[in-house]
Write a protein that binds this ligand. Structure first.
Ligand code: NAD
Length: 437
């Protein structure tokens, strides 16, 4: 089989490479000439564990290639996937569909045989119908069907998630398109992956329902963590105590500085807007969005409080700036709220991140970037852990203490144990756990 993948971002590049690993001939297209140039030169423009080998192997096998030319990519393709960005539209919180609709027009201009147009981007209900209308309008003779195939992979474990998903959701009203999709995903049938075959609208909504549910689960445990602090309970024990109940489940019950990243913030907001627009408001999700926005800002206040109530003229060492470990993605990372708030309160921020500094430099002016974790701590008045990269989990605490002016640590990811930190002589604060053992 042969497919074209429009967009070589976190989703398009990973999905394209994984399909090629399944034996499909994949041509990835992007408008960004630098990205395509780098990919052709064997360089991976994003940080995603394992992606370099996967891409190299399939390029060498002749199943994966990159181009700026959509016509070339669509030649003989069974399906063309749209995996372009759908960021928040400026001003109103709706999803910005301009990239998806532009891709639909470009596809229409190049359709010369029956092709399934598959939308992998996260898009509001009704977008698939609109894509169909755009293509029919632009190229009335085109032979095609539209399908929705939302992607559920997580950055940082994207390849494993794509290769061994909990389920695959396919939305289409065409049996012919469904058959093409089944053939594409055939390797997953062997590992008995459930395939949810449904309508376009249902598939589109399923993706938003999944992401908003997970955002609500995180927000729930964050509020329980705050309550734990007030009443002297331990949020990890509460999370375990409820998570072992199969109806609740263990995952996504880890408290932190509020969800961030390229999906949850924009998808919660977009679904809230869709629901308001059709007169069926999602009040739970409206509240989740509000709580999470405020939470990120409150995190800076926690750090200020831990530093004795003021950070004016002080230096704060920050470990981790990406929204989670194992990615270089900075989109809507909590650090983008926390660091500027510390700077506004008069602090100098010295930070280190294993993969995110290149992106972060552009977004966080005035930050001093260190060469490693210890470099960020030298002479600092306190340290804040914002992302739980593995290399921050086993710091040499003696060395950390010797480097800091004062042994203050604010651990927004609960990487360390309060008991161990107290024993090591730190004034340690974390989320939802008693400071006293
Ligand atoms: P991204 O911004 O990393 O990549 C999008 C790419 O599309 C860019 O390289 C851009 O240059 C390219 N592009 C835009 N218009 C184009 C066009 N007309 N022709 C060719 N290339 C074009 O985005 P992403 O993170 O991969 O997300 C893509 C979609 O997948 C979004 O809707 C997102 O919500 C969804 N999604 C993302 C994740 C994730 O973890 N990042 C997970 C699941 C779903």
């Amino acid at each position: 089989m042969r497919i074209a993948m429009i967009g070589t971002g976190y989703v398009g590049l990973v999905s394209g490479a994984c399909f090629s690993e399944f034996g499909v001939h994949v041509t990835c297209v992007d408008k960004d000439a630098t990205k395509i140039e780098r990919l052709k030169g064997g360089e991976i423009p994003i940080y995603e564990p394992g992606l370099d080998e996967l891409v190299a192997r399939n390029v060498a096998a002749g199943r994966l290639s990159f181009t700026l030319d959509l016509k070339e990519a669509m030649a003989g393709a069974d399906a063309v996937f749209i995996a372009v960005g759908t960021p928040t539209r400026r001003g109103d919180g709706h999803a910005d569909l301009s990239y998806v609709y532009a891709a639909a027009e470009e596809i229409a201009a190049n359709l010369d045989h029956y092709t399934v147009v598959v939308n992998k981007s996260t898009v509001p209900v009704g977008t698939g119908r609109e894509v169909k209308a755009i293509i029919s309008r632009t190229n009335p003779n085109a032979a095609f069907d539209v399908a929705s195939n939302p992607e559920f992979l997580r950055e940082g474990s994207a390849i494993g998630d794509f290769m061994r998903p909990d389920r695959v959701v396919i939305g289409t009203s065409s049996e012919r398109a469904a058959e093409v999709m089944r053939r594409l995903y055939r390797p997953l049938y062997l590992i008995e992956t459930p395939i949810v075959l449904t309508s376009l609208e249902t598939a589109e909504l399923t993706k938003y329902a999944a992401n908003t549910f997970l955002a609500a689960k995180i927000t729930f445990i964050n509020e329980i963590a705050d309550l734990c602090e007030k009443v002297g309970a331990n949020v990890h024990d509460v999370a375990r105590g409820i998570g072992l109940d199969g109806r609740i489940g263990k995952k996504f019950l880890h408290p932190g500085p509020g969800y961030g990243g390229s999906c949850f913030p924009k998808d919660t907001l977009a679904l809230v807007r869709t629901a308001q627009q059709v007169g069926s408001p999602l009040r739970i999700i409206e509240t989740v969005v509000d709580i999470n926005d405020k939470r990120k800002k409150q995190m800076a206040e926690r750090i200020v409080a831990a530093c004795g109530g003021s950070v004016a003229g002080k230096t704060i060492g920050v470990l981790g700036v990406t929204f989670k470990p194992n990615t270089d993605d900075m989109r809507d990372a909590p650090s983008l709220d926390i660091i500027p708030a510390l700077q506004a309160a008069g602090a100098t921020v010295r930070a280190y991140d294993p993969a995110g500094m290149h992106e972060a430099e552009k977004l966080l002016p005035g930050v001093e970037w260190a060469r490693d974790a210890y470099g960020a701590l030298e002479g600092a008045d306190g340290v804040a852990i914002l992302t739980e990269w593995n290399e921050f989990r086993a710091l040499d605490l003696k060395r950390v203490k010797a480097l800091l002016k004062k042994p203050v640590m604010v651990d927004l990811r609960n990487v360390y144990n309060p008991e161990d930190m107290a024993a090591a002589g730190f004034a340690y604060s974390s989320i939802g756990r008693p400071t006293e053992p």
